[in-house]
Design a protein around this ligand. Structure first.
Ligand SMILES: Cc1ncc(COP(=O)(O)O)c(C=O)c1O
Length: 507
């Protein structure tokens, strides 16, 4: 719940050392915003009544728990046009409406003109919080904007500096993101690209995978994994998954290797690394390349190594719902071999090297400088956010166990330590998954099925000649999996609610 704290309330809270709202913010009950242009005015008014240094420090402490809402020139002009007696009131109403804030908190609601935006007192704020945390509130699967207040100041400043620099394609922001991600992942080389899908395609193209080649992968993944292999002209060769981790089963890989096999593409599904030691050992034995599809697993680890650092190539996605998500599409290729790194960079720009001379046919696979700037602002928060996800996963496991459901539904075990729980996925057996999903939806708990049809049964892969029953573990997973709300902003109260609906369903 997001509220705008109006100037008079900020002054009142700082003067009276009223820490109630700050405590609410720290507990994540609410997110509070203060209009940035109000700050000098608030400081002036506070300074008139107290010692300048102390006042400044007290205001600084207060503002550290809230987000400053920048106001653009266009918003200021629009506020001027509004018919409110005082400009600051008009601007507050304008900003709250524009950003769909839940209301404005003020000590003097009567000073505001009539409006659709709720204007409330601090006491009314408490009432709203009490009401909103009642058990019948919707539980979304995730809320992309939930972390926005945390990163807003950094991300907006970074975007603005790109916009004002005029450097929109590649350039310093992209290079710095590449260095920072390479260092985060513990790899030598990283290349920013247009999406996770393009990361896969570009990595395969860099290794000259194409017509006549086979790449072993899992049928239980997002389409882009096998789709990218097929787009190069190579054949995706499916191998079934492990039932516990949902990841490619290393034990089954050897049987699928033929003279045409060039590579293995494991997927770190739901944010948990595949069994990379075993996969790398098979690859080494058969002289195969390894492409990690780490789209769902930025920040995941396997024995201290980061996802994306264990194969010949690692492919990350910055799609907004991913562990590290941008404000649009984006991705990254990590490459071990320095020569392949150089080739990958050339293929990212149509194979052009030097400019307008093409020895290779590449594509436009560039990440936007704006996305790079945003991702750089978000990267320092990644490990904290992953900590929240892991905490939520552990809480679900405890709650399900306490509710006596640990053996009724399948809980996701951490097969490889370092799971990031990009998704917290349970198994619902005996054909009850869809009914449980409907029961949760009726109680406004949102869930998702990742993925309802394994790739060997997709129409577009009919030419591969597969049929129902070819990969039974993947098929069973597709019938049983259900992702629950577990993103880092999901609260303990919401999780308790999810578990209680599931408990009632199985009563
Ligand atoms: C396993 C997997 N691979 C690849 C991708 C493709 O990433 P993007 O959406 O950034 O193209 C995704 C995205 O959902 C994914 O989950």
């Amino acid at each position: 719940m997001q509220f705008l704290l109006f100037d008079d309330y900020v002054i009142h809270a700082v003067q009276n050392q009223d820490t109630q709202v700050l405590e609410r913010c720290n507990r994540r009950d609410i997110e509070a915003w203060v209009m940035a242009p109000s700050v000098p005015l608030i400081l002036e008014r506070l300074s008139a009544t107290g010692k300048a240094d102390e006042t400044r420090q007290a205001l600084g402490r207060f503002l550290s728990a809230v987000t400053l809402l920048p106001v653009t020139g266009e918003e200021l002009k629009s506020g001027l046009k509004a018919e409110a007696p005082a400009f600051s009131h008009a601007l507050a109403l304008e900003m709250a409406a524009r950003y769909k804030l839940k209301g404005i908190v003020t000590t003097q609601p009567a000073a505001f003109p009539k409006s659709d935006v709720p204007v409330i007192t601090p006491d009314q704020l408490d009432e709203i919080i009490a009401r909103e945390t009642q058990p019948d509130q919707p539980v979304p699967l995730l809320n992309i904007l939930a972390t926005y207040p945390q990163i807003m100041e950094g991300a907006e400043a970074a975007m603005l500096s790109v916009v004002r620099s005029g450097h929109y394609i590649l350039g310093p922001q992209v290079e710095q993101l590449e260095q920072e991600m390479a260092s985060y992942c513990g790899v030598q080389h990283a290349i920013g690209v247009s999406s996770g899908t393009d990361a896969l395609l570009l990595a395969l193209m860099t290794a000259d995978i194409g017509e006549g080649d086979e790449v072993i992968t899992t049928p239980f993944t997002f389409f882009a994994t096998a789709g990218s292999i097929a787009r190069t002209g190579a054949k995706p060769v499916f191998v079934d998954i492990e039932p516990d981790s949902f990841n490619l089963d290393p034990q089954r890989i050897a049987a699928a290797i033929t003279p045409k096999t060039r590579a293995i593409m494991p997927v770190h599904l739901y944010g948990q690394c595949a069994g990379m030691d075993a996969i790398n050992a098979i690859a080494e034995q058969h002289k195969l390349l390894v492409f990690e599809d780490a789209a769902q697993a930025s920040g995941a680890t396997c024995k201290g190594r980061q996802a994306g650092s264990m194969g010949d190539f690692g492919c990350l996605s910055f799609f907004p719902t991913k562990n590290l998500g941008g404000f649009g599409d984006g991705g990254m290729v990590t490459v071990r071999d320095p020569a392949l790194y150089e080739k990958c960079k050339v293929l990212r720009v149509h194979g052009s090297a030097p400019k307008y001379y093409h020895k290779l046919i590449g594509g436009n696979f560039r990440i936007d400088a704006l996305q790079a700037a945003v991702l750089r602002a978000k990267l320092p928060f990644l490990d904290t956010w992953l900590g929240f996800r892991r905490g939520n996963a552990q809480r679900y496991t405890n709650l399900f166990t306490e509710a006596g459901l640990a053996n009724v539904i399948g809980l996701p075990p951490e097969v490889v330590a370092g799971h990031t729980f990009n998704q917290y996925v349970i198994r619902v057996k005996d054909g009850k998954r869809d009914a449980l999903r409907a029961a949760l939806a009726e109680k406004k708990v949102m869930t998702e099925i990742y993925y309802p049809v394994p790739l060997h049964l997709q129409e577009c892969f009919r030419n591969l000649g597969h049929k129902q029953g070819d990969f039974p573990i993947s098929e069973q997973a597709a019938d049983e999996v259900l992702a629950l709300p577990a993103a880092n902003e999901v609260t303990a109260t919401q999780q308790q609610r999810v578990v209680s609906v599931i408990r009632d369903f199985f009563k």
